[in-house]
Design a protein around this ligand. Structure first.
Ligand code: DP6
Length: 349
């Protein structure tokens, strides 16, 4: 192939049943299955790639800044490009230009949407005809949670059993249309960067937490129960699993030695506010969940948005809220949306 280029967009996902802990660090294989919802375009990454004989090195730009490919963290995430290049039998260098349209200083992670958009764009540029299963297996090796962003709707990442990772992939359990009213109200309480990265943090947990050994079992059961609740349209059960899963993951983080503490006082007040709201309503109107940071994701249905906002308005310390709906997964964009200047072989200015 002389020239192969493509542009794709993908969105992050928010985990309802959490992934925290790898049984294989190289292939990124988890101890338990996890479940998430892929968000809509309110938060997204657009990535353009160009494979060409005219390039004499791989180059990677995010939000206009060139990334150092010799940096470990960047190289690990860029690994997916090598995997796809080998699959396609290509020896061409690549230019990757990526842009996150996340609300400024939101403190939200973009690695899942970034990796999913990169994998999706590379597969098209290299002319690889890969299924969602195959794409998710590749994305998984760049960043675990990104494999769930390869599909829209509600998605499970099956932990799998095989040592080669061939059965550890993402699968949709509900289309966006089955849960059109599901929303994530993100309460930003801090814009600081994570103090402990999830990669090293989860390794420390696996090595030092005795509670973690118990978690793997019930997280697996939670994944199955959550899938059942999704199918039977049981928001009440979904909400309780979401909250217990978040609490459980943060409990094993605290049980890690030295402890990993992501939640702050505002996060804890949000937890109390949501329990207060649910108790006074006599049923679950909303669920909170936290990833590797203090920002809260409040999962609810569109009809409950006002009640949730009311409850949140009584919590001091929330800087802003961003509402995202359920998304339909990555998609290719047209050439006019490309972030690459094809004449200069550089990012468009
Ligand atoms: C807390 O997918 O960022 O968000 O596989 O090391 O790249 P790596 O980790 P990453 O971990 C995300 C963990 C989480 C929970 C989740 O999304 O399931």
């Amino acid at each position: 192939m002389e020239h192969g280029s493509a542009t794709a967009t993908a969105s992050p996902n928010i985990a309802f049943v959490k992934y925290w802990g790898k049984r294989d660090e190289e292939l990124i294989l988890p101890y338990n299955s996890s479940v998430s919802m892929t968000l809509d375009d309110s938060l997204n990454t657009v990535t353009s790639v160009l494979f060409s004989k005219e390039l004499n090195a791989d180059r990677f730009f995010i939000n206009g800044e060139e990334q150092d490919l010799s940096d470990n963290d960047i190289a690990e995430r860029f690994k997916v490009v090598g995997i796809m290049r080998r699959k396609a039998g290509s020896a061409d260098h690549v230019l990757v230009v990526s842009r996150n349209s996340f609300p400024t200083a939101s403190g939200l992670a973009s690695s899942a949407s970034g990796t999913a958009a990169l994998v999706y764009a590379c597969s098209r540029a290299l002319g690889l005809k890969l299924s969602a299963k195959e794409l998710s297996i590749i994305a998984r090796q760049g960043s675990g949670s990104s494999c769930r962003s390869i599909l829209g709707g509600i998605v499970v990442w099956k932990k799998g059993r095989n040592a080669d990772g061939s059965d550890s992939y993402a699968k949709r359990i509900a289309k966006k249309e089955q849960w059109p009213d599901l929303i994530d109200i993100i309460a930003i309480v801090s814009t600081e960067r994570k103090r402990v990265l999830s990669r090293s943090g989860m390794k420390q947990t696996v090595e030092s937490s005795s509670l973690f050994k118990a978690r793997a079992k019930f997280a697996e059961r939670n994944s199955r129960d959550f899938a059942k609740a999704v199918k039977s349209k049981d928001f009440d059960s979904m909400a309780s699993i979401i909250m217990k899963e978040s609490n459980d993951m943060h409990a094993v983080m605290l049980d890690t030695y030295p402890p990993i503490i992501y939640l702050n006082d505002v996060s804890k007040e949000i937890i109390a506010a949501i329990h207060g709201l649910n108790e006074s309503s006599g049923k679950a109107l909303a669920a909170y969940t936290f990833d590797a940071g203090p920002n809260a994701h409040i999962i609810t249905l569109k009809g409950n948005e006002e009640a949730v906002r009311n409850a949140l308005s009584r919590v001091d310390g929330i800087r802003e809220t961003i509402t995202a709906g359920i998304g339909s997964g990555p998609r290719a964009l047209s050439e006019k949306d490309s972030l690459i200047d094809m004449e200069r072989l550089m990012p468009k200015s």
